[in-house]
Every structure is written in C-alpha cells, then in structure tokens.
Ligand binder design. Sequence first.
Ligand SMILES: [Zn+2]
Length: 147
Amino acid sequence: MWYKEKVSEEEIASARAFIKPFGARLHFKSVIGGGQVHVDTGLIEMSKFVTRNSQIFWSILLHELCHCICFQKKLYYNYHNLEPSNTKELRRFRRIAYKAERFVDKMAAKMMEDYFPGMPYKYQYFDKHDKKWFYEEFLDRYYKELR
Ligand SMILES: [Zn+2]
C-alpha cells in the first residue's frame, strides 16, 4: 500500500509547507511516543523513526498540529494551556487529559480525510491499553514530582 511506504525528503518538505500556514514547524528529535508539540510556539518534534511509514508520519504530524489548533482556538484550553505546577492543577489536568487527546485524534482523523483521502488515520489513543499507557507510562512519569 502506498501509504505504508517510507517518507521521502520531498514528502517531508511538503509536510513542512502544509503545517506552516497553521503557524507550526517541524523538528526531528527523539521523543516518547514518536511525537510531541509545544503548543505556544507551534514547534512539533518528531522522532526520525516515524518517517519509516508514511501513514504513521502523517497521523502523528496531524495529531500534533491539531493540538496547536486547539490551543489557538482555545479548545480544551485547560489541557492545552495548563502546565500543572501543583497537585490540585495536576488532578484537574488529568481529569480532562484523555478526553482532550481523543478529541484531538478525531479532529486529526477528519483532517486526514479532507486533505489525504485514501490514507487511513492511525489513532494515537484508541483502546484501554492506550489509555493505560497514557496515564501510567506517560503522564505520571512526566509529572512524577507532583504526585
Ligand atoms: Zn496528543
């Protein structure tokens, strides 16, 4: 399948051009889960290994891009704008975190359908294993010092 192929340099260039009008840019560096974003600056960071598969690459890119759009549009604002600095904030953050991620996934899936018809979006958060990973491996590790 064409979308399972390796991402070419031209495709990376077109990805950069695609996210630019949204105020986002792409930088490659090793990150947990393959992708992350600084919503305030629009800096998307992705692990180079995700370029081995076009579908994974675009899915993660659009997911992170949708976090930027959410921040700009103030959607799930407490999730996108809040860096928890104490246990109370962390609790509030945790409560909406997974819901916000699912929302972003659906938004990214819609974007994929609109811009890249035929390429199926790979959901980042889909089942209970993803949820468990998100809370236990990611959030709790990330905010360890606050618990
Ligand atoms: Zn996300």
